[in-house]
Ligand binder design. Structure first.
Ligand code: PMP
Length: 413
């Protein structure tokens, strides 16, 4: 399978070799790297993408969940063109900015006031900064397998890239461990930063008991509960927090709300977020040339109003649930070498085996075989459905999967 990949993607290999001369690893997103080299995707339309060698794929990755609109969208194109023609980079705030803020504050129960940033990473860094300054405490509780941005990636121990915060890295979905941490250091904990579903960690869904328990621990100790909804915001108009019925103290957002452009946002109660008002006596500075980029704000506003409607989000969630169940049914019928976890339209295929190396090889082979059949998802198994991905494409994926599994394609080289 590996040799087949090398044979059919020489232009991706060449693109990688060229790029690696000026970009360490050949690109600017470490998450895109996969041995021997990632595909070079040269274009896309709707739910389809084309690689440098001219192969077409149905895109089941959806830009790691940010690409919910697919690759072409006339309404977003028009909103961007209008904003562009109206003058961008005006050295000022813009009406788009306030309107997008109104839309998001109305949707998320936890958000009275919010601010924009350029990425989910930045949004999380600002939320943690706010929590530390507002509580006057140092310690931040996070979870192994958590991903909140490049410098906020958590394995099981502390990592030198996580400075300057003091992190306690606890096991996810283990409320007892969190209780022990709060008993030992509750009065030093500024915040708990948690994904309602760990996305990059493999689509591990947080149990309601765990997330509710964290909420109680934070309430009792005066720490702030921060939900990172950079990925899970699409689960309902008010995000996963709406589905769970839990209102955290702060919420961070990203990805889909930029309408395809770089985006981040962090928000919370007026008491906390009011500290960002420059007229506050103890104002927290937060500037950023592109925080309110007129193009991003215009695209985001159009996206929220026209595409991220309650009906559309509900339907996408239901399609995702059904697709995950269909995948699991196929895998179970073919011997159970894989299973799929996730929530709504975001899911992750996992190989099932004792040995980590066997798991890795098995998933890798499945991934290669599915790419040969024209279906694209992340090498680590991530699938994120987009709006234009239709019934026919989903059925095609399931059929291709059947063919691959029937050929033993996931068990042998
Ligand atoms: N939080 C979560 C849950 C994410 O999935 C990501 C990105 N994959 C981030 C934060 C970081 O967002 P960005 O890539 O926009 O910096």
């Amino acid at each position: 399978a590996e040799q087949d990949y090398l044979d059919r993607t020489p232009r991706s290999a060449a693109a990688q070799a060229r790029a690696a001369r000026v970009l360490p690893g050949g690109n600017t997103r470490s998450s895109l790297w996969a041995a021997p080299y990632p595909l070079s995707i040269t274009g896309g339309s709707g739910c389809r993408i084309t690689d440098a060698d001219g192969h077409e794929y149905v895109d089941f990755l959806g830009e790691f969940t940010a690409g919910i609109y697919g690759h072409t969208c006339s309404e977003l194109e028009q909103a961007l063109t209008e904003a562009h023609r109206g003058g961008f980079g005006l050295s000022s705030h813009t009406p788009y900015e306030a309107e997008l803020a109104e839309e998001l504050a109305a949707r998320f129960p936890s958000i009275d006031l919010l601010r924009f940033a350029n990425s989910g990473t930045e949004a999380n860094i600002m939320a943690l900064t706010a929590a530390r300054l507002v509580t006057g405490r140092e310690r931040i509780v996070v979870f192994a397998g958590g991903y909140h941005g490049g410098v906020l990636t958590f394995g099981s121990g502390n990592s030198p890239v996580n400075m300057p915060f003091e992190f306690a890295v606890l096991p996810y979905n283990d409320l007892r461990a969190a209780e022990r941490e709060f008993t030992a250091s509750g009065d030093r904990i500024a915040a708990v930063l948690v994904e309602p579903m760990q996305g990059a960690g493999g689509c591990v869904v947080g149990t309601p008991d765990f997330l509710q328990g964290l909420h109680s621990l934070c309430n009792e100790s005066g720490a702030l509960l921060i939900f990172d909804e950079v990925q899970t915001a699409r689960m309902a108009p008010g995000g996963a927090q709406e589905r769970l019925g839990i209102t955290p103290d702060m919420t961070t957002l990203g990805k889909i709300f930029g309408g395809g452009l770089a985006f981040g946002a962090f928000g919370g109660s007026a008491a906390v977020m009011g500290r960002f008002d420059p007229s506050h006596p103890d104002a927290i500075p937060h500037a950023g040339t592109f925080n309110n980029n007129r193009l991003t704000m215009a695209a985001g506003l159009e996206a929220v109003r026209r595409h991220l409607t309650p009906e559309a989000l509900q339907a996408l969630f239901a399609r995702g649930e059904a697709f995950r169940e269909a995948l699991n049914a196929r895998f179970a019928a073919r011997g159970g070498a894989f299973h799929v976890t996730g929530m709504g339209s975001i899911m992750n295929i996992h190989a099932v085996a004792e040995d980590a190396e066997v798991r890795r090889d098995r998933l890798r082979l499945l991934h290669l075989r599915m790419m040969e059949r024209g279906y694209y998802f992340a090498p680590r198994g991530l699938i994120a459905l987009s709006f234009p991905l239709g019934e026919a494409e989903r059925a095609g994926f399931l059929d291709a999967l059947d063919t691959v599994l029937a050929a033993g394609g996931a068990n042998s080289e």
